[in-house]
Ligand binder design. Structure first.
Ligand code: GLN
Length: 304
């Protein structure tokens, strides 16, 4: 793809000039303080080449993008048993909604909404101390990215622990239904810390290569699992904005309220984009616009 560096520079320049940038998440105080004028995009190709544009050396809070890695670990550990505790359908509701949980007896719709991700973390915690699980998560991400300089930001984790009452409500509600096996504080502590992992787009794009399914790339999970994780990213990775993302970008993606998005072009590339301003569904506004342009200019949509 000889034009890729030029395409990325063009997109970064267009995003730098964007008048409407969305608003950074403000319910986690540490995230509210991030400068909304930043933008970065990185692409790691199946053949090993990598290209970036914008602030690709700046670390950001990956937040819900971490749910892709915990899901991969959970499927490796529990296999299909995981699906007794969490579904595989889009929710059509906000990432932190509690509405469906009561109707559906404490079984979350999918592993990417908060309730579902808390269950996934709870499932892989079983029998381990949160510190061990977080160590395993960091090892997984560092191996995938081939980079040991990836860490958890304790201030962000603390900031969310002190203010995350909605997540506490979700966890306690699921515990009341017997769908949380550890004390809620323990599963939540691990969950808040996994969300506080920090990476640059260059690191995240490299870490995402395990989902590309191409020869020569890290095979941390089986090809079948990769396909299934990509299917969930396509249908549920952007919460109640998942349909819109599929329509506009045509690639599986997972967003986080830190403004990051991991996007996979199966067989071709792993893409990471970051801009802190969010749209109404809590997904990066310029990040979505940027990958929409990238998919159009490269012709990478899975829909042809
Ligand atoms: N830590 C965030 C929360 O639980 C993650 C949400 C997100 O990134 N969409 O609210």
């Amino acid at each position: 793809m000889p034009h890729l560096p030029a395409i990325l520079e063009e997109i970064a320049a267009e995003m730098a000039a964007a008048p409407e940038r969305g608003r950074p998440a403000d319910y986690i105080p540490e995230l509210a303080a991030v400068d909304p004028n930043q933008f970065a995009i990185s692409v790691a190709l199946a053949d090993g080449q990598q290209f970036s544009a914008g602030d690709a050396a700046t670390k950001f809070s990956i937040q819900s993008v971490s749910k892709v890695f915990t899901l991969a670990i959970a499927l490796g550990r529990l296999g299909d048993q995981l699906w007794t505790r969490v579904g595989r359908e889009p929710s059509g509701l906000a990432f932190n909604s509690i509405l469906q949980l009561e109707h559906e007896q404490g079984r979350p719709r999918n592993p990417f909404i908060n309730a579902g991700a808390i269950v996934v973390t709870d499932a892989i915690l079983a029998g381990h101390a949160p510190r061990e699980l977080l160590g395993e998560l960091l090892r997984f991400i560092r191996t995938a990215a081939e980079d040991d300089d990836i860490h958890i930001n304790e201030s962000v984790a603390r900031s969310e622990s002190e203010t995350g009452h909605r997540n506490m409500a979700l966890a306690h509600f699921m515990r009341a239904h017997g769908n949380l096996l550890n004390p809620p504080e323990m599963s939540l502590g691990a969950y808040f810390h996994q969300c506080a992992v920090e990476m640059t787009t260059a690191q995240l794009a490299r870490a995402g290569r395990f989902l590309v399914n191409a020869p020569g790339l890290p095979h941390l999970v089986s090809a079948t699992r990769v396909r299934r994780i990509n299917a969930l990213m396509m249908t549920c990775g952007h919460y109640d904005g998942s349909g819109d993302f599929a329509y506009r970008v045509g690639l599986p993606g997972k967003s986080g309220v830190g403004g990051g998005i991991l996007v996979i072009a199966p067989g071709r590339a792993s893409i990471a984009v970051w801009s802190p301003g969010l749209n109404a569904q809590g997904n990066s506004k310029l990040g979505t616009e940027a990958v929409e342009l990238l998919a159009r200019r490269t012709g990478w949509s899975v829909f042809g």
